[in-house]
Design a protein around this ligand. Sequence first.
Ligand SMILES: [Zn+2]
Ligand SMILES: [Zn+2]
Length: 301
Amino acid sequence: MKLTILGCHSATPRTNTNPTSQVLEIKNHMFLIDCGEGTQVELRRNKIKFSRIKHIFISHLHGDHYFGLVGLINTFSLLTRESELHIYAPKGLKEVITLQMKLSKGWTNYPLIFHELTSKTSEIIYEDDKVEVYTIPLNHRIYTNGFLFKEKENERKIDITAVTEANINVAYFRKLKQGADVENEDGVLIKNEAVTKDPLPAKSYAYCSDTAYTESIIPIINNTTVLYHESTFLEKNEALCVRTKHSTPKQAATIAEMAKVETLILGHYSTRYNGYDEFKSEAETIFKNVHLAKDGKSFEF
Ligand SMILES: [Zn+2]
Ligand SMILES: [Zn+2]
């Protein structure tokens, strides 16, 4: 799994900082998460192929999370895209985008499919044989969801030397990967553990932005590999968090600690700050494994 931060700041785009957007590479998917202004420029800067993006997840309808979307949709048309584009977003986004397209007579030449979200409880919104995506209802000024991306359990790994020695026909490899015992060419039952290795543990990524401190998300994100949790304001500006329904680094770290995640990434910094080391040190008083998001930075896990 690879996470690339295209933007991790709140409010407005500035010379050297971008509003929120990130790309998650998971099991051959390129999921785009939020799409603030400037996202397509950052996609190019990070050499991410536009055509690989087939699913876009929008957390909420504050501009710093979606003002780049209509531009990206239009660019896909100019690039003569033909494949489907799926957008998962709060109800209302479809109306915004289709009005803009209607007034410019700029309909897409590819299928644009909206999946409008209204549920106040976590729901599964995407699934295939390798990946599942769930919503994480957050507590913000308007209807907002985070997203949980989960790999399904990986298949067992064939031990090639062992299967050759055990004289097992290739036709049975599929069953072996699924954990079954099989008969070899001589009709002898071979135990699965003797010829396969444990799979890599399934990983998961939870994206939580924007939100006030809310323990209701803990059961949903429990034991997640990596948690991205917003931390808009430092402890000294906590009053602003209360008023605007955002979180401090300590609050993000408390959620990470309670949910027993492995790694915490902080982001969605207010543009009032120029350096972010204090975000890390405040969070580290509660949780050990803290990283700072930075525009253009990638995390592999
Ligand atoms: Zn925001
Ligand atoms: Zn917001």
